[in-house]
Design a protein around this ligand. Structure first.
Ligand code: SF4
Length: 378
């Protein structure tokens, strides 16, 4: 049994019809409830819920403060490699793009880390493309071991792995894994992932299951908005979240909201997601789930990020470089995608504090770990 069994019970076209047929009266009924379930979530992400955005935002803010207090976590991505054997139509690192390829050596990793540590970070997200010969599990494990004494939290966003491979990385000091389905629309997924291991939709879909079984501390999921209708993709993401929470209840979860960004070899978004659509979605997630972490990257603009801080977001990245060695080794190399908010860490920290929030640099401390048991500090 895995999420695939649940996934197959739903039909994309039917969901789409249902979401677009929801009426304002149905939205009012949902908003009068104290507890929001998955069916209600569908109502809250519908076009009919748009006029109720302010009401949703007020409730989302209150729920987030109740659960997370006045805190925003900060993390930073570090790209280890841009080598990749996949073709993904929306990514600058796609195999067919003629760009210089680079994988960081130990010395280069440590140089990047020294720069990142000076900025104050204690939670790092390691990112690679999918190139098993150069950045397979041995490379990732070694990289984690190399830096594990410098960070409280090490997360990865890399190719999907097998359960035993995740277990070996957890042993080395891995804290969480981000793995986005990109789109839950099977045919569209095939169009955007025509070649390479990533073209296996089912293997990717079951990755969070393998992570849950491996006993990982936190799993991050999401869809890449622009490939398909964001509302239907978000319903599937929420369905995935609820399945995982029920099945692997010891694990924590986070949701990210990447929207397509400009990159080498561009693909135009099929479906536009506006800023107000994204706010609606963030609020709907918070109303659905008080505990889930909601994360916002530097893909979004300064203005948007300033305004979203008190609407339900709980973690945020800053000063991100999306190229290997981008901080200190090779700042001019080609990025995976262009970031939008380029402000330095200090400026983001100040923006967060000015809105009455405290910046938290780590999710939990390894010293809280007692054998297999871990205690969250959030
Ligand atoms: S999205 Fe990931 S797997 Fe796809 S081309 Fe880019 S780096 Fe490779």
């Amino acid at each position: 049994m895995s999420f695939k069994n649940t996934f197959e019970k739903y039909k994309w076209d039917l969901l789409e019809k249902e979401i677009y047929a929801i009426t304002p009266e149905e939205v009012r009924t949902v908003l009068s409830k104290e507890k929001i379930d998955l069916e209600d979530f569908k109502t809250l992400i519908s076009p009919a819920a748009k006029p109720f955005l302010e009401q949703m935002a007020v409730r989302s803010n209150a729920l987030t403060k109740k659960r997370f207090g006045n805190t925003i976590q900060m993390y930073i991505p570090m790209y280890l490699s841009n080598e990749c054997q996949n073709i993904c139509t929306y990514c600058g690192f796609s195999m067919t793009n003629k760009i210089p390829r680079k994988t960081l050596s130990d010395a280069e990793i440590l140089k990047e880390v020294a720069h990142i540590k000076k900025l104050g970070y204690d939670h790092i997200l390691l990112v690679t493309g999918e190139a098993n010969k150069t950045v397979g599990v041995p490379y990732l494990k070694h990289a984690i071991e190399l830096i594990q004494n410098q960070f409280s939290n090490i997360s990865i966003e890399v190719q999907p792995l097998d359960q035993n491979e995740y277990e070996s990385l957890i042993e080395a000091g891995l804290y969480s894994v981000l793995v986005y389905q990109e789109t839950y629309h099977k045919e569209t997924y095939k169009t955007h992932h025509p070649k390479g291991k990533k073209s296996n939709f089912d293997y990717r879909l079951d990755t969070p299951d393998r992570l849950g079984k491996s006993g990982i501390h936190k799993i991050g999921i999401g869809a890449l908005f622009g490939l398909e209708d964001w509302r239907v993709d978000s319903f599937y993401t929420a369905l995935h979240l609820k399945y995982l929470q029920k099945t692997y209840w010891k694990t924590k979860y986070s949701i990210s909201f990447p929207r397509l960004r400009p990159h080498q070899g561009e693909v135009e978004p099929k479906v536009e997601m506006t800023d107000s659509d994204l706010v609606q979605l963030i609020c709907a997630y918070r109303l659905l789930d008080e505990d889930v972490e909601l994360s916002m990257s530097t893909r979004e603009s300064e203005v948007f990020r300033n305004n979203i801080v008190n609407l339900g977001i709980t973690s945020i990245s800053a000063e991100s470089k999306t190229n290997p060695g981008g901080y200190a080794v090779a700042p001019q190399s080609l990025e995976q995608f262009e970031i939008s908010d380029e402000r330095p860490t200090e400026a983001i920290q100040q923006m967060i504090q000015e809105q009455g929030y405290e910046v938290v640099w780590k999710d939990w401390d390894r010293s809280f770990s007692t054998g297999n048991e871990t205690i969250n500090n959030m």
